[in-house]
Design a protein around this ligand. Structure first.
Ligand code: NAD
Length: 260
């Protein structure tokens, strides 16, 4: 379905981004990967995706906190493949602390990576998408773009902001064949969440599995975390013709977290 399309997925060396990259490559899209990691591990990921799906895959190690590196990332993708048709803004970080003691550098970093980077990438890819007459922008927000939790002021602010950006871009592109939407997952079992499970286990003297069950059940009535591959399939759907008129949506995938 996506043969001939080129997808850039930020933060795709791990977790949700990697699952989305895998799903898009599974539909034939060439890939620009981005994210941190050890060089040999990244090369294994890159080579594995290319071999498994028969697509072209490059990795560009831009730091999404740095606007100049974001411009270089987009330029590298366009130089290599001539186009970026699908942009998935996924790179993100977390830090938890009460607002009174929230470190300034963590605040700045979270806003830069989880919000401002999505503006810089969107601004850079939109002219090409409009010019070629097709484009998909998918922002990986969070339930924390829709509701808040304690100790996550920067993350909640960034994700609420990202949904605002999504809606604005959707309006500005409404009469074009470019769509922009946000996905709002609840707990997804990835390295980012694993850190929070470990912290909970240490704080409450629990095993890792007990801590995971408590963490998930506190917020998700389903009691089950989201599987990263399910988010990959949702992005594929948003890239399909059936989703042409899904615009400016903030789609929860959250086991009824935000239904409460
Ligand atoms: P993860 O930690 O497993 O992966 C994050 C990816 O982003 C990695 O590839 C990492 O290298 C990359 N990254 C981090 N900082 C970067 C930077 N400065 N520049 C470039 N790349 C950078 O995290 P994840 O759980 O897969 O989260 C991915 C996205 O999904 C994030 O935006 C997160 O907020 C969102 N999300 C996650 C969950 C969850 O429960 N895991 C829930 C809702 C939303």
């Amino acid at each position: 379905m996506l043969n001939g399309r080129v997808a850039l997925v930020t933060g795709s060396t791990s977790g949700i981004g990697l699952a989305i990259a895998d799903a898009l490559a599974g539909q034939g899209a060439d890939l620009v990967l981005n994210g941190f990691g050890e060089a040999t591990a990244i090369e294994t990921i890159r080579g594995g995706l290319a071999a498994r799906h028969g697509v072209r895959v490059i990795h560009v190690a831009a730091d999404m906190a740095k606007p100049a590196e974001i411009d270089s990332l987009i330029a590298a993708g366009e130089r290599q493949f001539g186009r970026i048709d699908i942009l998935v803004n996924n790179a993100g970080i977390q830090h938890t602390s009460p607002v009174e003691s929230f470190p300034s550098d963590k605040w700045e970093q979270i806003i830069a990576i989880n919000l401002s980077a999505c503006f810089y990438t969107t601004r850079a890819v939109l002219p090409g998408m409009r010019g070629r007459g097709w484009g998909r922008i998918v922002n990986i927000a969070s339930v924390h773009g829709l509701v808040a939790s304690v100790d996550k002021s920067a993350y909640v602010a960034a994700k609420h902001g990202l949904i605002g950006l999504t809606r604005t871009v959707a309006l500005e592109t409404a009469r074009s064949p470019v769509t922009c939407n946000a996905i709002c997952p609840g707990w997804v079992l990835t390295p980012l969440v694993e850190q929070q499970i470990q912290a909970r286990a240490e704080r409450d003297g629990l095993t890792r599995d007990e801590a995971m069950t408590r963490l998930v059940s506190e917020k998700m009535p389903s009691g089950d975390p989201v599987v990263p591959a399910a988010l990959g399939q949702l992005v594929v759907y948003l890239c399909s013709p059936a989703a042409d008129q899904i615009r400016g949506a903030a789609l929860p995938v959250d086991g009824a977290w935000t239904a409460q």
